[in-house]
Design a protein around this ligand. Structure first.
Ligand code: ADP
Length: 270
């Protein structure tokens, strides 16, 4: 089965994250088993990105979400390795500024959507407004509760205007998070990555799982699907995401544009 169909959340599917194994690695036992497939996928990805850029009829928006240490940064590094950085924009969504807070919650996301021909990656996204905001009650329930529909409408508008939207939940286990946090503590080269908030937020694990389940249930749509990617094993996470990207781009059936001049009449002087 294609990994693209294996991990997709079908619209209105009831999602219980504890039923999805974060350590799943499909038919593969270890990283080196995936090398050939990944190499082929990277080659395809590069060709498809070139086509996307040349045709400039579509943009691809990739949304990455997950618990702290789930590997958003690593995914961006690995999945995007080998593609042309000229056509790729990464935007990280932090605690909103006062300027951003004085607008509707989708304003900053809309501004960051990639232009046609480009691949845009959201490292966190407008989904934070129904995740951290819900878990910590940063706005009243009646405000965040209406955001699911608003997000679906927003994404539909993007898709209708030529943006392909793919959303990946990087699913790690609580034990794996513990191991990753501990390794940041014991490795001096990773100290810069540790934030007190990571430890604090871990205490809200169950609340986050509930908030994610609602997102996955309410916002995986025909036009902008969510994928639950097993992410305990980084190499499998990279393979699964790359395959989803390649399969999606292939379906766009893109073509190089016709030349705007008569090529047969071109002569290059000596
Ligand atoms: P990351 O953890 O993604 O590497 P940071 O450590 O800078 O990056 O964390 C960004 C923080 O901003 C996260 O704790 C996230 O929950 C928070 N954040 C993002 N969007 C919002 C939002 N809309 N409201 C409140 N907090 C947000």
């Amino acid at each position: 089965m294609k990994l693209e169909t294996k991990y997709i959340v079908t619209p209105d599917e009831r999602v219980t994250l504890s039923h999805h194994a974060p350590s799943h690695t499909g038919i593969y036992k270890e990283k080196r088993d995936t090398k050939r497939r990944l190499k082929k996928l990277h080659k395809q990805m590069l060709e498809l990105q070139e086509l996307l850029y040349a045709e400039s009829q579509h943009a691809l928006l990739i949304i990455l979400q997950g618990m702290d240490t789930c590997g958003k940064d690593g995914t961006i590094r690995k999945v995007m390795s080998g593609i042309n950085v000229q056509g790729c924009d990464v935007v990280s969504f932090k605690v909103p500024s006062t300027d951003e807070l004085s607008r509707d919650f989708l304003w900053r996301a809309h501004k960051a959507v990639p232009q046609k021909g480009h691949i845009g990656i959201f490292n966190r996204s407008h989904y934070e407004d129904v995740l951290v905001v819900r878990v910590h009650e940063l706005v009243p329930k009646q405000v965040w509760a209406q955001r699911y529909q608003q997000i679906n409408d927003f994404e539909k508008m993007l898709v209708e205007n030529g943006t392909v939207v793919l959303k990946f939940f990087l699913h790690i286990s609580k034990d794996e998070q513990k191991a990753r946090l501990e390794s940041r503590i014991s490795d001096a080269t990773k100290h810069w990555k540790i934030e007190e908030s990571d430890i604090r937020e871990r205490a809200y694990w169950d609340d986050y799982m509930q908030a994610y389940e609602t997102v996955l249930q309410k916002c995986s749509t025909d036009w902008a699907p969510w994928y639950i990617i097993p992410a305990n094993k980084k190499w499998y996470r990279n393979l699964a995401i790359t395959e989803c990207l390649v399969e999606t781009l292939k379906k766009l059936d893109m073509k190089y544009p016709e030349p705007t001049i008569d090529i047969t009449k071109l002569r290059i002087d000596d």
